[in-house]
Design a protein around this ligand. Structure first.
Ligand code: TRP
Ligand code: ZN
Length: 508
């Protein structure tokens, strides 16, 4: 059961949930003994040098947890871990605290590509903290305050290390303010894609999956540490800023406009946006939920966007109620980027989407944004679901059925590596996160499940998954357990074949 142990919850997660005072003998998800080499193995392969520091922290942490369980009742205040132990991005996220809220105040001037920001974080300590990390890439940091008092800070790669004047007690709420400025630098992913604060001809296209968000504000960049947001952005007059949630206010001065957005539901950092440019903004509502659709002024032919309300209604009917308090879309002209992202409440598109791409990003609001992976190797729980959602939308609207979509893909020869070599729930490397394994074979897995258990059980599984884990974080073994519980079938071999075994499935 190698696969189950890859889902061993990292040290940070146990600390976050207040389990650090108990001796941890087994994986909290799969029941296996903690694979001590896990962090080391995955880290060394992916990040090389960076990982040494992470391992030092992890080892110190392990020593406290495992070797001296008696002493941890009153541990001395120590540093929070610099990462959340994700197998693909070990330094993303941070340990020792849990973020509740981000208050972002940004000023951007596209002509100079200059971003000045203040990040105000409200957090709760999950251990006695002498110092802690935030994630921030680039910029000059001019000050860090903890509860209003200037703190010592330094940079180390993507880590912004903060040492407050006194330590912070386990369970105590605290506030951090980070003041920073500079020219945002675009982040290049393991697969070569770009993300972060990406300049466009009239503004910026702002995306963070999987690791671009520290490219525009200081954060704990783990999909597990969801928080609410106030996002306030000042831009030259004439530009529109589109961020998550509802538009609270818009203030004009002689030369600038300040846009204030509020995301009141829990949101993972990678889903934050503040995409801006010369947009036409259309406000309306869909069954009482405020809708904001922004389109770059240079783009024509917007007819596809009129399908959004019908898509929201259809997906609500099969997946359960729409999970957020705003809907919409941000359609930019960002040819450098080459993909769309399911930014929470308002997906962002690099060009006018086709109907299925619009459906895909909307479906992510249920699967990805509300119900979010715990670790990045489980990306199929987002992409397989959103791709299958495209198929069921097409079936619903009189196009080819999801069954036929499956059949056509299944006809792909076994020799086609891009489709068959990568098992959806074990992509192996972060460069495969957005490949055909998690997307296409992931969607095929759901359609194969549908045909195995029947529509009644299948749609109950889809709906229960969205409901039971609303605003939460999930793992593949949890999905398998739910599917077995709802259907009453033993699906172990089925999922082993479809999700974890390289090569084209031949029987299931
Ligand atoms: N999650 C996006 C989608 O499928 C795509 C995406 C986000 C992506 N980040 C990426 C694709 C980086 C390639 C590279 O809707
Ligand atoms: Zn997707």
């Amino acid at each position: 059961m190698q696969a189950a142990c890859r889902r061993f919850i990292g040290l940070d997660e146990r600390a976050r949930r207040g389990w650090q005072k108990r001796r941890v003998e087994k994986c909290l998800k799969c029941g296996h003994a903690p694979p001590r080499a896990m962090l080391a193995r995955s880290g060394v392969q992916i990040l090389g040098g960076d990982v040494k520091r992470f391992l030092a922290y992890a080892a110190a942490f392990l020593a406290v947890l495992v070797i001296a369980p008696v002493a941890v009742a009153t541990p001395p205040a120590g540093p929070g871990a610099p990462g959340s132990g994700d197998p693909y991005f070990p330094l993303a996220g941070n340990g020792g605290y849990d973020v509740q809220h981000y208050g972002l105040r940004l000023t951007y001037t596209p002509g100079q590509r200059h971003l000045a920001g203040a990040t105000r974080i409200t957090a709760v300590a999950t251990q006695d903290l002498s110092q802690f990390d935030l994630d921030l890439r680039g910029f000059a940091v001019t000050a860090v305050l903890v509860d209003g008092r200037p703190a010592t800070f330094w940079r180390s790669g993507q880590e912004l290390v903060v040492a407050p004047v006194g330590s912070i007690a386990d369970g105590a709420p605290f506030r951090v303010t980070v003041l920073y400025a500079g020219t945002p630098k675009v982040i290049i992913d393991p697969d070569g894609a770009i993300e972060g604060w990406v300049p466009t001809s009239d503004g910026a296209f702002v995306v963070g999956e999987p690791q671009g968000t520290p490219g525009w504000f200081a954060c704990s960049d783990s999909p597990r540490d969801k928080a609410t947001y106030d996002i306030s952005v000042s831009v030259p007059r004439g530009l529109t800023v589109m961020a998550n949630g509802v538009l609270v206010s818009r203030t004009r001065t002689t030369h600038r406009t300040i846009w204030n957005w509020r995301e009141a539901d829990p949101m993972a950092t990678y889903l934050a946006t503040a995409t801006l440019g010369r947009f036409d903004l259309a406000r309306s509502s869909v069954d009482g939920v405020p809708s904001y659709v922004a389109v770059d002024k240079t783009l024509g032919h917007r007819a596809v966007l009129s399908k959004l309300p019908a898509m929201v209604r259809y997906y609500s009917s099969i997946f359960g109620p729409y999970p957020f308090d705003a809907v919409g879309a941000i359609v930019d002209h960002a040819p450098r980027v080459g993909y769309a992202l399911e930014t929470q409440t308002k997906p962002v598109f690099d060009s006018m989407p086709d109907e299925l791409t619009l459906a895909h990003e909307l479906a992510h609001q249920w699967y990805g944004d509300s119900v979010t992976l715990t670790q990045w190797p489980d990306i199929w729980l987002h992409e397989g679901f959103a791709t299958w959602a495209e198929w069921i939308w097409r079936e619903h609207t009189g196009g080819i059925s999801a069954h036929l979509a499956f059949t056509r893909l299944y006809a792909t020869p076994a020799s086609k590596k891009s489709l068959w070599a990568i098992p959806p729930a074990d992509p192996g490397t972060p460069a495969e996160l957005f490949g055909d394994g998690p997307y296409e074979r992931g969607a095929m897995t759901l359609q194969a499940l549908r045909e195995k258990v029947g529509d009644g059980a299948f749609f109950t599984i889809m709906r229960s998954w969205a409901q039971a884990h609303k605003y939460g974080n999930v793992t593949t073994p949890e999905f398998i357990a739910l599917a077995e519980q709802v259907s009453g079938a033993d699906l172990g071999a089925f999922f082993q074949t479809w999700l974890y075994t390289p090569g084209k499935p031949s029987a299931w």
